[in-house]
Design a protein around this ligand. Structure first.
Ligand code: ABC
Ligand code: CA
Length: 530
């Protein structure tokens, strides 16, 4: 008999090696490996201001996958995995993983090669994906000039660009060929113009992906390497690539959507923060940026990584304490065209300021699941999955901004989902008058965040009065399953198909798995359990 265990074994032993398309319906939990979970479940103190290793490991992550998956995430993005500078520097230890010393060894603080393989198989067993952060642009020195012979495999001065620190970000050659960091911790700029170095980097990424069954890579400092380096690198990786291009202009960033599968949506992040960090922030500037990206990026906004927080920026609740503004801003990435990415700790209302304060240890929260923002995130992930199941074209339907009758509110339409946002703040009573919502006449809708019902009017429009400045995310009651975990009482939809979905996708991505499944199937005439 073809058992679940049999299927699980096959899936666990193979990489999903996922393509961009396969990532599109995912929802990603970004974590800082050193700060997420300890291997033995202990809770050591972790003073972020000290910038020291606090004890999180890959094994720790494996033990806490239930916590991540229960929130509805089906992929994780972990810190860079390669060996870093050891010991203390003026900016502490390399606990974040971005100070590469040797690209061919792993960072032993995070565990062994077997531990990293165990992490990817544990994820694959659950139908989840692994994204690894990688740095090509630089290696880190601990003195000026750096000790070039300490780097591997590029160990001579000629493997790097000549020393000069990036200061003028408007000079692209300088951005690409000068060094990041400073004289204390110079980020020594790899000579990515050299053909041998390019070859080594391409072989390295291909080996890393296959050794550890990686499903996607987040690429650091993408704008600091010439654009035409990236297509071959991405091809060598052979999986989904998403690049960090830290810039606020869509025009600048769009060029990178031509050379990688995707970019982190930084141009939208700037106006997103501005729109919700105070009452009366500019919502139309936010919508305008999205529309620019929709028309200028290679695949519109569809593949971009949509986020509110990350390890480089102050956490959003450090900018405002208004809970309603926080709820609205947190909703944004889940109701857009892009792939939602949530930074660990958002669900626990962490509020650390700029680096290094924004890298708190998650174990200090006790991983408590009964928290308002955690429940909100869970509902948002569920609503997005429901919308994906209900409309087979959801992932290719661009978000539209509909008129709401109020300057402090916004309606984002991605049928069958309608997100109603406001930056009126906790003491406001928001209302949204959306005549063009596009529902059926008198259709029954539900706000997944409160499980309150809303009925569309005779023309399919909605007229909603909210409370306490909270956002609402409407979907038809028919899109939610009666046996699901989201607003099940009023849901009218059938059994969710999501549970089977991942097995099918896995089979698509690994033809051999499909073949084995079929072979097993044919050989067994008895009942098949899946
Ligand atoms: C360490 C300490 C910090 C200390 C710093 C001097 O040294 O921890 O407390 O302040 C890693 C570590 C960091 C570490 C750095 C440097 O290395 O995580 O903790 O800081 O040693 C990526 C990663 C990031 C990582 C690195 C380096 C790169 O996500 O975690 O940092 O591997 C630039 C890069 C960007 C990079 C970022 C940190 O620096 O482009 O790839 N992130 C302007 C520039 C940006 C620049 C940014 C910050 O400033 O244009 O290129 O990012 O310096 C907007 C403009 C933007 C402008 C922003 C500020 O304003 O549109 O262009 O960005 O309006
Ligand atoms: Ca460079």
């Amino acid at each position: 008999m073809l058992t679940t265990a049999f299927v699980t074994t096959i899936l666990a032993s193979s990489a999903f090696a996922a393509s961009a398309d396969q990532w599109q319906n995912r929802s990603i939990y970004q974590l800082v490996t050193d700060r997420f979970a300890t291997p033995d479940g202990s809770s050591p103190s972790c003073d972020t201001s000290q910038r020291q290793y606090c004890g999180g490991t890959w094994k720790g992550i494996v033990n806490k996958l239930d916590y991540i998956q229960n929130m509805g995430f089906d992929a994780i993005w972990i810190s860079p995995v390669v060996a870093n500078v050891e010991g203390n520097t003026s900016y502490g230890e390399a606990f974040h993983g971005y100070w590469t010393q040797d690209i061919n060894s792993l960072n032993s603080h995070f565990g062994s090669a077997d531990d990293l393989k165990a992490l990817s198989s544990a994820l694959h067993k659950r139908g989840m994906y692994l994204m690894v952060d990688v740095v090509v642009n630089h290696m880190a020195g601990t003195s000026d000039p750096p000790n070039f012979s300490s780097f591997q495999p590029f160990s001579s001065q000629s493997d790097f660009h000549a020393e000069c620190f990036v200061s003028n970000y408007d000079n692209q050659t300088e951005v690409e060929q000068c060094w990041l960091g400073d004289k204390n911790v110079p980020l020594v700029d790899v000579n990515t113009e050299d053909a041998d170095i390019v070859k080594t980097m391409n072989t390295w990424i291909s080996t890393l992906v296959s050794n550890y069954n990686v499903d996607g890579v987040r690429i650091d400092t993408v704008k600091h390497v010439r654009k035409d380096f990236w297509p071959d690198f991405a091809k060598s990786a052979g999986v989904f690539t998403i690049g960090e291009v830290l810039h606020n202009e869509t025009d600048y960033v769009s060029a990178y959507t031509q050379v990688l599968d995707s970019v982190l949506d930084y141009p939208t992040w700037f106006p997103l923060v501005a729109a919700f960090q105070t009452t009366g922030g500019n919502l139309s500037a936010l919508a305008a940026t999205v529309q620019q990206a929709q028309s200028s990026y290679k695949k519109g906004e569809f593949m971009t990584g949509s986020f509110l927080e990350n390890h480089d920026q102050p956490r959003f609740p450090s900018l405002t304490q208004d809970q309603a503004l926080i709820e609205n801003a947190m909703t944004w990435p889940f109701v857009q065209d892009g792939v939602p990415i949530m930074y660990y700790g958002q669900e626990q209302s962490y509020a650390g300021g700029p680096d290094p304060a924004n890298r708190e240890a998650l174990w200090l929260s006790g991983y408590v699941e009964d928290k308002p923002l955690l429940k909100q995130v869970k509902a948002l992930n569920a609503a997005r999955k429901a919308a994906i199941s209900a409309n087979s074209n959801f992932l290719n339907t661009g978000a539209k901004f509909l008129s709401t009758g109020s300057e402090s509110s916004m309606a984002v339409s991605k049928p069958p989902m309608l997100a109603l946002l406001t930056n009126g703040g906790s003491s406001s009573t928001p209302s949204w008058t959306v005549p063009d919502a596009g529902y059926q006449a008198n259709e029954e809708l539900i706000d997944v965040l409160s499980c309150k019902m809303v009925t569309a009017d005779a023309n399919g429009g909605v007229n909603v009065q909210g409370s306490g400045g909270s956002p609402q995310v409407l979907v038809p009651t028919s899109a939610l399953s009666k046996s699901g975990s989201t607003c099940a009482e009023d849901a009218t939809g059938g059994q969710a198909s999501a549970a089977r979905g991942w097995v099918e996708r896995a089979a698509e991505s690994v033809p051999i798995v499909a073949a084995l499944l079929l072979a097993g199937w044919a050989a067994q005439s008895s009942l098949v359990i899946l």
